[in-house]
Write a protein that binds this ligand. Structure first.
Ligand code: SAM
Length: 215
């Protein structure tokens, strides 16, 4: 439960300097992979964005420890590489604003989140209109939120939440087709690889943080 992991009281209370080597003085994380699982996306993003600090957020203790070990191993065998990725154990549904300042993030990933099929469990879904308020707060204008699932109903749900939120607009097909990150959503994630092996379908919703109409 939550009592087993430390919760920072605010973003400046997070010791990000301990996550990234000293070459990144005053580290500012820009990408967050929420519910990162075993960290496949982090590892694939690292060489693509070597100057960008990326954090995975994961609720399960053992999985978080696995990702830590995986990153330490990669750093040891590839000196100077994989220094821009790390992981924290946290409940992202509760503590996103404890980790990031307003307008800090330029990408957020919600890849193959748990579906929570039953109506009464929809409030446990990591994408909801209410949680999108928090994500919009920590995202820069123009920042991109990537969502994907193999569960059609959840795909419809995430898309409709994003579509109905005033601070997000759909990214156009042209931008999606030229974004090098998009293919990684499936090819680099452990869940995406599983779905691809089984020949399953995936449902993506990719949206951009936009200013409010009143701005
Ligand atoms: N994104 C990874 C992938 O695509 O391979 C993992 C997908 S897995 C189905 C969902 C992950 O989200 C699990 O590792 C789970 O522990 C994590 N998770 C669920 N609820 C969470 C929460 N509230 N905060 C952080 N992580 C959470």
């Amino acid at each position: 439960s939550d009592s087993h992991f430390p919760v920072p009281i605010c973003p400046s209370d997070v010791d990000f300097a301990s996550h990234y080597p000293p070459q990144f003085s005053a580290p500012v994380v820009r990408f967050a992979d929420v519910g990162c699982g075993f960290g496949g996306l982090l590892v694939a993003l690292s060489p693509l964005f070597p100057d960008t600090l990326i954090i995975g957020m994961e609720l399960r203790d053992k999985v978080t420890e696995y990702v830590k070990d995986r990153i330490h191993g990669l750093r040891a065998t590839n000196p100077g590489h994989y220094t821009n990725i790390s992981v924290v154990r946290t409940n992202s549904m509760k503590y996103i604003p404890n980790y990031f300042h307003k307008a800090q993030l330029s990408k957020m990933f919600f890849l193959f989140p748990d579906p929570h099929f039953k109506e009464k469990n929809h409030r446990r879904r990591v994408i909801s209109l209410h949680l999108l308020d928090e994500y919009a707060y920590v995202m820069q204008l123009g920042a991109i939120i990537y969502t994907v699932t193999d569960v059609e109903e959840l795909g419809d749900w995430m898309k409709s939440c994003l579509e109905n939120h005033p601070l997000f607009e759909a990214v156009g097909e042209d931008d999606i087709s030229t974004d090098p990150v998009v293919k990684l959503l499936i090819s680099a994630t452990e869940e995406g690889q599983k779905v691809a092996r089984n020949g399953g379908q995936t449902f993506m919703a990719i949206y951009r943080r936009v200013p409010s109409k009143e701005d």
